[in-house]
Design a protein. Structure first.
Length: 272
């Protein structure tokens, strides 16, 4: 896998200029490019990064937006500069997030009989519809199903779902590359540790062959189930305009049948 850009300074009290420079370098943008995008002079941006000038709150938010810094890390930038964090963070069970919980529950129900689940930023399962449990019946290590269930660990673990993934080689490569990009975008230490853990897992030889034909448009999940083999196309849904950290980090992963045989088997699995 390609090497990641320089890490973001994690030292408490790191200068705001150093933090901004690290984010800019991580996004592989020059000072001039960012300055033009943020409508600020390159000289002023240089002064901010070197500590010769202090950015205003609005300037920090503008630069963070142009650099696509996650909301959680934008809060950290504002705190480092001495400003109050602008984005709230509540547990998903908070009464204020009841409308969001209801929306997630409605989306999961609407996907039946297709499998769908909600995950947090570390890929821990927050909720799932009734199509998920039948797919987990054969998991050998039941500890992998003890909350919080990490769906990436569950899918690639040799005593999890990995023995049932018919195209484990390409599915594993897809998962690791997606996680690598997420680590690069978020600079999250927990995700980085998860990436290292999953990359070290050895794929069972019996499931290493790919059922996916070259020239396709998507990487399907080819999965053995109690009703027979499934060919599933994955999609991701996120909230469109979140200004709250928890909602910004929540995603719904749904799987749709890639063929009519899979659709029929999903209906059979969901039948009472």
């Amino acid at each position: 896998m390609p090497a990641l850009p320089p890490p973001i300074p994690a030292t408490p009290g790191a200068p705001i200029g150093a933090l901004l420079r690290a984010w800019r370098q991580r996004r592989r943008r020059s000072q001039l490019d960012l300055a033009l995008d943020a409508e600020v002079s390159q000289r002023h941006l240089s002064f901010i990064e070197s500590g010769r000038a202090s950015p205003s709150r609005d300037m920090l938010l503008r630069l963070a937006e142009r650099l696509e810094v996650p909301l959680r890390e934008r809060n950290a930038l504002l705190l480092a500069a001495g400003y109050a964090p602008p984005f709230g963070e509540r547990p998903l069970a908070d009464p204020a997030l009841a409308p969001a919980r209801a929306a997630v529950a409605a989306i999961l129900r609407a996907h039946m009989p297709n499998p769908a689940l909600a995950v947090d930023r570390h890929w821990n399962m927050l909720a799932a519809n009734d199509a998920i449990p039948p797919l987990l019946a054969g998991v050998a290590n039941r500890a992998l199903l003890t909350p919080p269930v990490n769906v990436l660990r569950l899918s690639l673990h040799p005593r999890g779902l990995a023995p049932f993934v018919r195209n484990l080689g390409e599915w594993r490569a897809h998962i690791l590359e997606r996680l690598r990009r997420q680590v690069e975008a978020s600079v999250d230490a927990t995700l980085a540790a998860l990436l290292a853990e999953l990359a070290a897992l050895e794929a069972p030889a019996v499931a290493a062959a790919s059922a996916h034909q070259p020239g396709g448009i998507l990487v399907p999940l080819e999965l053995d189930s109690p009703a027979g083999p499934l060919s599933l196309i994955g999609t991701t849904t996120v909230f469109g305009t979140p200004v709250e950290v928890t909602l910004a980090e929540l995603a719904i992963e749904a799987f749709y049948p890639a063929d009519e045989a899979t659709a029929a088997r999903l209906r059979a699995l969901a039948a009472p």
